[in-house]
Design a protein around this ligand. Structure first.
Ligand SMILES: Nc1ncnc2c1ncn2[C@@H]1O[C@H](COP(=O)(O)OP(=O)(O)OP(=O)(O)O)[C@@H](O)[C@H]1O
Ligand SMILES: [Mg+2]
Length: 372
C-alpha cells in the first residue's frame, strides 16, 4: 500500500475548495489554506500572523464557537452564521465546522504543544446552490414520473370520455348540450395540463447548437415588453465578451420566459417595476454534478433580478416543486420546468434574492463540456 508523503499535506489542504484555518488556543492563526486568501482577501502568509479576534468582529459568534471547542474539546458545527469581516465591511452567511485537533497536531504546527482547532467555512451561497440544485433535480424527476403515469392512465380514458360526450351532444337538447360542452371543455383542460407536464419527460434529447445568449434575452424581453411586462423597465448589463453558449434555443427561451414572466407577475403592484438582467463570464467556479465524473466549470452567469417582494424563506424550499403557486390561476409549473431545462443544460440554478427583490442566477458550463 502506498504511504502518503507528508510533504503533500499543504497541497492537500490547498486543494480544499473551502477556507480552512488552524487556530491556536491563544487565538493565533497558525495555518490558512489557499481558499482562505480569497475569503478573507488577505494573503495566506499575512493571515498566518493574525489573531482571529483581529480578523473578525469582537462580538462575532465565531469567537464564542472557538472558545466552546477549546473548552469542551468537542467538534461544533454552526449553520447560517452571519459572519462579518470588519476590515472588508462585508458580511457573509457561512456554515462553520470547528474541530479540535489532537496533541500531535499541536506539537507539529505550533511547536509549543498548544491546543489547536481547525475551522472550515462554507459560504452559504455555494451551500444554497448545491442544496437548491439537488432540490430542483428531485422535483423534476418526480414530475417526469408523474407525467408518464398521467399520460398513460388518464389521457387515454379521457379521450374516450370526450368522444362520448361529443356523441351525446349531437342529439342532446339545448339544455343538456351545455353539460356535454362542459365535459368537453374540462377534459380539454386536463389534457392541456398533462401536455404541459409531458415537457418534463426525459424521452427526447434536444438538439444543441452554439447560441448567443444576448440575442435570446432580447427576444424574450421584446415579448415581455409587448405583453405581460408592459409596465416594467428592463435594465440589461451585458458582458460584451460573453462567448457563445452551447444549448437548445427553444429550451433556453422557455427558461428566460418563465423567469421573466414570474418577475413581471411579482411586480404587478410595485411602483417603478424594474427587471435587471445581467450576464458575466467568470472563471473559477467548478461543481461536481450528479451523474458526472468530472468537475464542471460553470463560467457563464446569467442573473434575473426584480424589485418585488422576493421569495420568503418558508416558500423557498418548495419553489421548484410542481403545483406550488400563490397566484390565482397559477399552475406552479413554471419554475419546475425551468429546473428541468437547466439540468438538461448541465447548468445550475440558485436563488440569491432577498426582501428587496427576487434574484435567480443560472450558471452554464463551458462550450463543449456538456457532453463530456
Ligand atoms: N420573481 C418572483 N418573485 C416572487 N415570487 C416568485 C418569483 N418567481 C417565483 N415566485 C414564487 O414561486 C412560485 C412558483 O413559481 P412558478 O413559476 O413555478 O409557478 P407560478 O408562476 O405560480 O405558475 P405558472 O408559472 O405555472 O403559471 C410562484 O407562485 C411565486 O410564489
Ligand atoms: Mg410562473
Amino acid at each position: 500500500m502506498a504511504i502518503l508523503n507528508e510533504n503533500l499535506f499543504p497541497a492537500i489542504l490547498n486543494s480544499i475548495n473551502h477556507p480552512l484555518l488552524i487556530v491556536a488556543e491563544n487565538g493565533l492563526v497558525v495555518y490558512a489554506n489557499a481558499a482562505s486568501e480569497g475569503f478573507f482577501e488577505m494573503s495566506a502568509p499575512i493571515l498566518r500572523r493574525q489573531k482571529i479576534d483581529d480578523i473578525v468582529n469582537f462580538d462575532s459568534p465565531l469567537l464564542a464557537l472557538i472558545e466552546q471547542v477549546f473548552q469542551k474539546n468537542i467538534a461544533v458545527n454552526e449553520y447560517e452564521i452571519q459572519f462579518e469581516i470588519p476590515r472588508l465591511q462585508k458580511a457573509k452567511i457561512v456554515d462553520i465546522q470547528a474541530n479540535p485537533m489532537d496533541e500531535t497536531g499541536g506539537e507539529m504546527m505550533a511547536g509549543s504543544g498548544q491546543k489547536l482547532i481547525s475551522l472550515m467555512f462554507t459560504e452559504r451561497n455555494m451551500a444554497n446552490m448545491i442544496e437548491s440544485h439537488i432540490l430542483s433535480r428531485n422535483a423534476t424527476k418526480s414530475i417526469a414520473n408523474m407525467a408518464d403515469i398521467l399520460a398513460h392512465e388518464i389521457k387515454n380514458p379521457l379521450s374516450g370520455i370526450r368522444g362520448a360526450a361529443q356523441l351525446l351532444g349531437a342529439t342532446a337538447s339545448s339544455d343538456d348540450k351545455s353539460l356535454t360542452q362542459l365535459i368537453c371543455d374540462e377534459t380539454d383542460r386536463i389534457c392541456n395540463l398533462i401536455d404541459q407536464m409531458e415537457q418534463f419527460s426525459y424521452g427526447k434529447i434536444p438538439e444543441f447548437e452554439d447560441i448567443n445568449l444576448h440575442l435570446l434575452i432580447d427576444h424574450v424581453k421584446k415579448l415581455a415588453e409587448n405583453g405581460f411586462g408592459k409596465r416594467v423597465t428592463f435594465i440589461e448589463i451585458y458582458d460584451p465578451s460573453l462567448p457563445l453558449i452551447s444549448g437548445n434555443k427553444d429550451q433556453l427561451i422557455q427558461i428566460l420566459l418563465n423567469l421573466i414572466k414570474n418577475a413581471c407577475e411579482a411586480l404587478e403592484n410595485v411602483p417603478n417595476p424594474t427587471i435587471t438582467i445581467t450576464t458575466a463570464y467568470k472563471v473559477g467556479l467548478k461543481m461536481k454534478l450528479p451523474n458526472r465524473d468530472k468537475l464542471l466549470s460553470l463560467p457563464f452567469q446569467l442573473t434575473i433580478e426584480d424589485n418585488g417582494q422576493g421569495i420568503n424563506s418558508e416558500a423557498l424550499p418548495h419553489i421548484y416543486d410542481a403545483f406550488i403557486s400563490n397566484k390565482i390561476g397559477g399552475k406552479g409549473l413554471g419554475l419546475a420546468l425551468v429546473a428541468k431545462l437547466v439540468t438538461d443544460h448541465s447548468a445550475v440554478i440558485d436563488y440569491i434574492g432577498d426582501k428587496s427583490g427576487a434574484k435567480f442566477r443560472i450558471l452554464f458550463p463551458l462550450l463543449g463540456q456538456q457532453k463530456d
